[in-house]
Design a protein around this ligand. Structure first.
Ligand code: HEM
Ligand code: HEM
Ligand code: SF4
Ligand code: SF4
Length: 395
């Protein structure tokens, strides 16, 4: 595919539509394929994981391509990307790709080159000591954490993305560079319940939540479309009101509000971020593949943990508890959700040593289907905690 050759000239603010190029779409992916990928497109016979982070694909023609996968921080400087390009120039004829979980993949056509590349990648560190290109992320381990903007860029977060992801990955590094789990464990993170990304469908998900209702700013009539704010509320907590001096406003029924922050997304006059209130929820058991069991949503298993910056020790600890219980108890090929459903969630809470509280019991519209309409359950301490949380038994 032709690349643009000439310079396009300077943007002229006096004539904004002159020389304006639009609707050209992304560059065709074919132009970025390494030759071995172009030549064997659609002809792959089988693949193998040679060791953590290193794959080989073999084509019907006998051609082989070796892929070395390394972790990326997702949020990267241009300098960081130039370094990736230098590595690609040196070993891969200038070709490189990023995965759907923001890992970086370098492809080479001989096993000797894999060894050189591996040595080079692992020798590169930041001055603070972290690996720039840790190799791993394949097979039954923990790969990169899909995450969001956090305090770096967004205005609606209840927690931070990049720092929490760094804290969790530091702790789980051995699972990134190893393949020792029963199946893949996908961890993802979103800083508010807009859930940009994959938290609703991951084995373990970290999610920013608020615990206090929005504050209504007096200027609401000049900066918001009030009907939009009212319609944004999933529980009908917002209704029209007038200020003392007769201006249009809203009132929020605080006992109805569950702090989703949707109204703030619609209306800048309804901020709700709060240092003490905001924190992290943990969900578990989601998956998106159709392998054996159908895709599942993740379920809330820890209602709230504090935003303990910068290393989130409580969050890291809860994630580790879940992974370690799963690693020691699940059967081969079972994802976390498959395991939890087979042993029963009351056992899941017991094995992961997580408390069960009333916050975990669904109370939104279709909640009924999530209750136990059966006498089948196991006598665990956690089963009693559920009954207690639901108000079914007294202590
Ligand atoms: C039928 C619907 C969908 C299918 C089949 C699908 C499939 C996938 C698959 C296979 C992955 C890679 C997962 C992995 O590496 O473990 C992925 C990643 C992802 N999906 Fe989906 N997905 C669907 C819908 C959605 C929707 C509706 C959203 C968001 C609203 C979403 C957001 C994402 C994100 C953010 C990632 C991670 C991307 C990255 O790593 O850069 N997906 N999806
Ligand atoms: C008007 C609405 C939106 C705006 C203005 C917006 C803006 C942005 C910006 C500026 C970034 C880059 C952040 C960075 O520099 O790190 C970003 C990343 C992202 N946004 Fe949005 N966003 C919007 C809606 C959404 C929605 C609705 C979703 C999901 C359903 C979403 C999912 C994501 C994800 C997954 C990323 C990370 C991508 C990556 O680098 O892997 N965004 N968004
Ligand atoms: S999850 Fe929420 S806070 Fe985080 S980037 Fe998306 S909209 Fe912003
Ligand atoms: S935060 Fe959510 S639940 Fe509360 S008033 Fe706003 S939209 Fe409604």
């Amino acid at each position: 595919m032709a690349l643009s050759q000439g310079r396009l000239g300077k943007y002229n603010p006096e004539k904004p539509t002159e020389n304006r190029i639009t609707d050209i779409g992304p560059r065709h992916f074919w132009s970025n394929f390494p030759p071995v990928i172009q030549q064997n497109y659609g002809k792959w016979a089988y693949h193998d994981i040679l060791e953590p982070g290193i794959l080989v694909h073999v084509s019907e023609t006998g051609d082989k391509v070796f892929t070395v996968r390394c972790g990326g921080s997702r949020l990267m400087s241009a300098e960081n990307i130039r370094e990736i390009c230098d590595i690609a120039d040196k070993y891969c004829d200038g070709y490189v790709r990023f995965t759907t979980r923001n890992n970086i993949e370098f492809m080479v056509t001989s096993y000797e080159k894999v060894q050189e590349l591996k040595k080079d990648l692992l020798s590169r560190k930041y001055i603070s000591g972290s690996y720039k290109f840790p190799i791993g992320g394949t097979g039954a381990g923990v790969t990169n954490i899909v995450h969001t903007q956090g305090y770096i860029h967004c205005h609606t977060p209840a927690t931070d993305a990049s720092s929490m992801v760094k804290a969790v990955m530091d702790e789980l590094m051995d699972y990134f560079t190893g393949m020792t789990l029963p199946a893949h464990v996908r961890i993802s993170m979103a800083c508010c319940l807009n859930m940009c990304g994959a938290v609703h469908c991951s084995d373990i998900a970290l999610l920013g939540i608020h615990r206090k209702p929005p504050i209504v700013d007096d200027n609401i009539d000049s900066i918001c479309e009030i009907p939009l704010a009212i319609a944004a509320c999933p529980v009908g907590a917002i209704s029209p009101a007038k200020t003392e001096d007769g201006r249009k406003s809203v009132k929020i029924k605080e006992e109805r509000c569950m702090f989703c922050g949707n109204c703030y997304t619609m209306c800048p006059a309804l901020p709700l971020a709060d240092k003490e209130g905001d924190g992290v929820t943990i969900l578990a058991g989601g998956k998106i593949s159709n392998r054996i069991s159908e895709p599942k949503f993740s379920k809330v298993v820890v209602p709230w943990l504090p935003n303990n910056f910068p290393r989130f020790p409580e969050v890291v600890d809860a994630v580790k508890k879940i992974i370690e219980a799963y690693a020691s108890d699940a059967r081969k090929y079972e994802r976390i959700g498959d395991w939890a459903e087979r042993i029963g969630w009351e056992k899941f809470f017991e094995k992961c040593d997580l408390p069960f509280t009333e916050h975990l019991i669904d109370d939104y519209r279709l909640a009924y289907d999530t209750y136990r309409t059966s006498t089948q359950f196991k006598f665990t301490g956690k089963a009693w905690e559920v009954s207690r949380a639901a108000g079914g038994i007294d202590d």
